[in-house]
Design a binder for this molecule. Sequence first.
Ligand SMILES: Cc1cc2nc3c(=O)[nH]c(=O)nc-3n(C[C@H](O)[C@H](O)[C@H](O)COP(=O)(O)OP(=O)(O)OC[C@H]3O[C@@H](n4cnc5c(N)ncnc54)[C@H](O)[C@@H]3O)c2cc1C
Length: 437
Amino acid sequence: MQSEGQSLGQSTPHTIEAPVTSTHLTPTSARIVIVGGGTAGITVAARLCRAIKNPNVTIIEPSEQHVYQPGQTLVGGGVFTHDQIVRNERDYIPNAARWMKESVVAFLPEQNAVVTSGGQNIGYDYLIVAPGLQLNFDQIAGLEGHLGKDGICSIYTLNDAVHTWRMIDEFKGGNAIFTFPATPIKCAGAPQKIMYMADDTFRRHGVRVDSHVMFATAGLRIFGIDAYVGPLNRVADRKKIERKYQHQLVEVRPGKKEAVFTVTREKIQGDQRVQEKIQEVMPYDLLHVVPPMSAPTFVQTSPLAHMEGPDKGWLKVDRFTLQHLDYPNIFGLGDVIGVALTKTGAAIRKQAPIIVHNLLAAIDGRDPAASFQKYTGYTSCPLITGYRKLILAEFDYSGKPVPSFPWDSTKERISGWMLKVYGLPTLYWHGMLRGLV
Ligand SMILES: Cc1cc2nc3c(=O)[nH]c(=O)nc-3n(C[C@H](O)[C@H](O)[C@H](O)COP(=O)(O)OP(=O)(O)OC[C@H]3O[C@@H](n4cnc5c(N)ncnc54)[C@H](O)[C@@H]3O)c2cc1C
């Protein structure tokens, strides 16, 4: 690994000595720059460094820490500690790659360059965009300064996940509301997972009889994929959890412990059905907030984003080949891409080998139509339905389950829980981030 901050001037080709790790290495001096060293950036970098002889791969990533985000749900549920899911970023940068500890602030695709926070123009031959997504807590009025206290928590940041467990553990009864926003989010099952663990904890502590637990979602149903709607509704019924649909959290009033929702309703006007929006105020004692999410601002405002339509602001890639729709030497994967239901680490595990294959085919000058591989939209959401219970939802663009195991994937199982708690973290740190699985 070379030191951070080295200049990669556009005109200067950089060749880095890489350990030879395979007998079928592609020889290329193409400069490959990866924006973001999270799940997607590191996984794809590791695979590129295994596939290319003397790879010229640069990862631009500002953070010194790498967080195993799927573990945040288990931190919020008191199963994992903060430290169990954090490692040094340095230890996961492939030896053959270069790490620039900076942020990208702008894309200059016409010049094949990105601009960094340090003011450098970094040239590339191929660019991989993987900066994740942005949590927009600031779009909820009144929330600033109250997350992690006043009964308001969220598993969507690591520190707040720690507070989430404290609040669930210390809950003395009352209204516990778990929200879901009106935007695409990462791991769409996580808002329910923490709710089911909270419900179990309240029962164990004997405070559930004095509590009302509610799932207040901006969506139209409990989960986006048909096959899991029935099973999840049955879980919620069993636990006596109320569901409120088309309820979007827009404001909190921590002083009064009130949550304000914009509610979309249908009403009959003349002989037509029309939608109206009303405001509903609900008292809470515990409020689990899932913020609206978007692509990072520097992506949204760049020429690389969708300019209109349902994916506006998200990275404009072909959803099968993951190649940018306007700039063929740019690829993207992970949470940033404009494909709603695939924002999981599990999806990235399937996207990374596709990107590597397609990028090497592009470097080779092969015909994309004949040689590019296609991502199926595979994603997985291990839906924790209580301690030691889990529905392993796996599906693809078809919206149909694509189970990895030969049994009914819509059933709650202890084996799924064991996989989530013991199997997947090991697979992540030792397999996926090393480019092995
Ligand atoms: C609570 C929770 C539960 C989850 N549960 C699951 C689960 O059970 N299963 C599952 O598969 N997935 C789960 N996920 C989702 C999974 O963690 C994400 O989908 C995955 O981490 C996304 O990877 P990414 O690389 O796209 O983004 P990230 O891993 O977020 O990485 C993005 C990286 O880009 C860097 N970056 C940001 N801006 C810039 C910039 N300007 N320049 C350079 N670098 C930048 C960031 O520092 C970061 O390191 C969960 C996530 C959360 C939060």
